[in-house]
Design a protein around this ligand. Structure first.
Ligand code: SF4
Ligand code: SF4
Ligand code: FES
Length: 511
């Protein structure tokens, strides 16, 4: 393990570590465009030049491994002069687009220009003209004039997605980035190129010009679209979500997320959110207050004689709910209702060998860990549906609409006509919620705190980014209130309090 000195700081690193990585990992800023931790080294931008004592010339930090006793200067006068030169070359042909560029506020060229550039241009010739803002894929707009040819996008499509849609064409100062004819930049991770493009050459059609980035607050959370549990940042302004960005977690998603997960924020904003408790009155569902809805459910669970017959009740939870909520749901069903008729289902879909997993929910593993399944003779979903037909199941409490992903969805919905009481707790209006005798409005993952367990058993936190709409509440709070309405104390003030209980009962969930 070589030990070297960088800006008067002695550092020991693994053999083969580059000066750039060693510096960045130790809080030393070395500007760079083409280097990206998750891609191969290209060494084309020259922005990372540093001075190494006893070396005749400046060297690029991204492609120079640290050696024992090396002495490196990252901001010496020689380095600063060379960096200003690199910036001057990059800006020669760069358009004066900053005021109208959507990358402003998160553009490396702009930032380095302030830090390392010279305050005026000596270039008197005409700037090179290139194609402006044209579509190169379903989600991406390309501005060829802004491109600094760092080739990050090219390496991403070759090395990560292995789809290779984009390449450098021609040579020298006549080279440009383009897609192969007839092939759009349409892989399942295409929007990651807009994250790694260090300037405003590749931008997201979805996000362009919606909001200036410096107005956005970033909240750390987990993508809810599949069981990989990719780490994301929810970007919010005035209680509205504008985008998700990937958050680095080398054990889960490196620095990537898929386009489907990234664009799924739109579901939260959709117009078909359930925002108030509803009670059926004939063909209609009438909005009511929480207390009224919970009192009607409590009465319904108890039956005419005031006693609960747990064998006639079923509970279907959701892998979209947090661990805390799944735990509370099964506990409510087992301890308050007295039934083991508990189950959940998870919608399945495409998978790949990068990130995308087959189970299209963030917490299927957590739901299993929290015992959201039948045991001791309890009924699973298909058995509950059979029980409805024979009159053995009279009441269903369903959290989430995952059942609607099953092939036999139509048959299941028809069978609900035989129930005495159907309680549906969900975020959005669906065929299922329309069937509910009582509908309880719940919060999405972005509107609450808690934890999800990903496919590999990694327990990760989600954080509330926005307020839930209308009267909707997190599932855990609804279950707590419902149990209280039934005379059973399950009062929790936060998901942390529930996790404290979980850690006593479920192995591997230590606080
Ligand atoms: S489009 Fe962006 S990422 Fe691709 S080469 Fe140009 S500047 Fe680099
Ligand atoms: S791979 Fe799965 S968890 Fe990751 S961003 Fe895509 S849908 Fe979300
Ligand atoms: S970051 Fe080193 S040459 Fe580009």
């Amino acid at each position: 393990m070589p030990t070297f000195t960088i800006d008067n700081k002695k550092i020991t690193v693994d053999k083969g570590t580059s000066i750039l990585k060693a510096g960045l990992d130790n809080g030393i800023k070395i500007p760079h465009f083409c280097y990206h931790e998750k891609l191969s080294i290209d060494g084309c931008c020259r922005m990372c030049l540093v001075e190494v004592e006893k070396m005749p010339k400046l060297t690029i930090a991204c492609n120079t491994p640290v050696a024992d006793d090396m002495v490196v200067h990252t901001h010496s006068p020689k380095v600063m002069k060379a960096r200003a030169g690199v910036m001057e070359f990059l800006l020669i042909n760069h358009p004066l687009d900053c005021p109208i560029c959507d990358q402003a506020g998160e553009c490396r060229l702009q930032e380095y220009c302030f830090e390392y550039g010279i305050p005026h241009s000596r270039f008197r010739e005409e700037k090179r003209k290139r194609r402006k803002r044209f579509s190169i894929g379903e989600h991406i707009v390309f501005d060829e004039e802004r491109c600094i040819l760092c080739r990050r996008c090219v390496r991403f499509c070759r090395e990560i997605t292995k789809t290779g849609e984009i390449a450098v064409f021609n040579r020298g100062d006549r080279s440009w980035i383009d897609i192969y004819s007839g092939k759009g930049l349409n892989n399942k991770y295409s929007l990651c190129t807009t994250d790694i493009c260090p300037i405003g050459a590749l931008t997201s059609k979805d996000f362009r010009f919606k909001v200036r980035v410096w107005f956005l607050k970033e909240v750390e959370s987990i993508c809810p679209e599949c069981s990989n549990g990719c780490n994301i940042k929810i970007c919010v302004r005035d209680n509205k979500i504008y985008r998700y960005l990937p958050r680095q977690n080398d054990k889960v998603n490196d620095t990537w997320i898929c386009d489907e997960g990234r664009l799924s924020y739109k579901k939260i904003l959709s117009d078909d959110r359930i925002t108030q408790p509803l009670i059926r009155s004939g063909d209609k569902q009438i909005p009511v207050k929480w207390d009224e809805a919970l009192a009607v459910i409590a009465k319904g669970f108890k039956g005419k004689d005031g006693n609960i017959d747990g064998s006639k009740v079923g509970g279907i939870g959701s892998p979209h709910s947090t661990n805390e909520e799944c735990f509370l749901f099964q506990r409510f069903m087992r301890e308050v209702i007295g039934t083991n008729n508990i189950d959940f289902t998870v919608i399945k879909g495409d998978k790949d060998n990068i990130l995308i997993k087959e189970e299209k929910a963030p917490n299927a593993r957590g739901a299993r860990d929290m015992r959201l399944f039948p045991c001791n003779g309890g009924r699973g979903i298909s058995d509950m549906i059979k029980g409805i037909a024979t009159g053995d199941i009279k009441i269903l409490y369903i959290m989430g609409r995952d059942l609607m992903g099953l092939e036999e969805k139509g048959r299941i919905l028809d069978s609900f006509g035989k129930l005495d009481l159907l309680v549906v707790q969900d975020t959005h209006v669906s065929d299922l919620s329309r069937k509910g005798d009582i509908v309880l409005p719940s919060a999405t993952f972005a509107e609450k705190d808690g934890t999800f367990t990903n496919i590999n058993g990694i327990v990760q936190c989600i954080t509330k980014g926005v307020e839930p709409p209308g009267d909707s509440l997190p599932d855990w709070e609804i279950i707590s209130r419902l149990s209280k309405a039934m005379g059973y104390t399950m009062e929790y003030n936060s998901p942390e309090e529930i996790m404290a209980e979980i850690s006593k009962e479920i192995p591997g969930y230590k606080l």
